[in-house]
Design a protein. Structure first.
Length: 209
């Protein structure tokens, strides 16, 4: 039976539009890092290479020899961890120039995917669909730990409103936000869905005060 993250992992990927505390364990990811304005044309190239390798893994395993623990699954959603560059941090005053953004985009992979399999599929994708960014794609195991998350409804530009609510919630729970670095999980395709209808999971790491 196919593993569908929207049904099987609602707690991780389909939170309510109010803040909640969650513990995120170690997961496998394909990642690629970059810098600059996500509204620029180049940004879609980063997304494209991640999906190309992710589908190469999914479809390649359905046709070929499956590893131990294999199960059919729905490809996980795109995620992004966002920060600003070091120069921007020196003059940070609460507002952000999108040209100063630094990002790590990623797509989670099932537990049976390992570094060897990922590298093999990256090489395979490079031969079929050559792209310079494939040189930057990595396989990583990432643990977030204790976080606060909520569903943000609407434009990405309005995310500060949700972060304010999340930070107020953290304070009430005697938790401290580790940094302004945060994670976004994209449940909507911004190329097809109007900005006011976008659904994005927002998440940041916290520790006890």
């Amino acid at each position: 039976m196919k593993h569908e993250w929207r049904k099987k992992e609602k707690g991780v990927y389909i939170p309510k539009n109010t803040p909640e505390i969650i513990e995120i364990p170690q997961y496998n990811f394909l990642t690629v890092e970059g810098e600059g304005n996500p509204n620029s044309e180049f940004f879609s190239e980063f997304i494209g290479v991640l999906y190309a390798v992710s589908y190469a893994i999914k479809m390649g395993l359905k046709k070929g020899t499956a590893p131990e623990g294999y199960f059919d699954y729905t490809v996980y959603p795109l995620e992004g961890v966002w920060d600003i560059n070091e120069e921007a941090k020196k003059t940070y005053n609460g507002s952000i120039n999108k040209d100063d953004l630094v990002f790590k985009l990623m797509i989670r992979q099932p537990d049976f995917v390992d570094d060897e399999l990922a590298k093999r599929m990256i090489d395979q994708t490079r031969k079929k669909k050559p792209h310079v960014l494939l040189e930057k794609v990595k396989f990583e195991k990432i643990t977030e730990g204790k976080c606060i998350q909520m569903m943000h409804l609407g434009s990405y530009d309005n995310e500060p409103e949700s972060f304010k609510v999340m930070e107020e919630f953290a304070n009430k729970e005697h938790l401290y936000r580790l940094s302004k670095v945060h994670r976004e999980i994209y449940l909507s395709d911004f190329r097809k869905v109007p900005a006011e209808k976008l659904k994005t999971v927002l998440r940041f790491k916290v520790v006890s005060k």
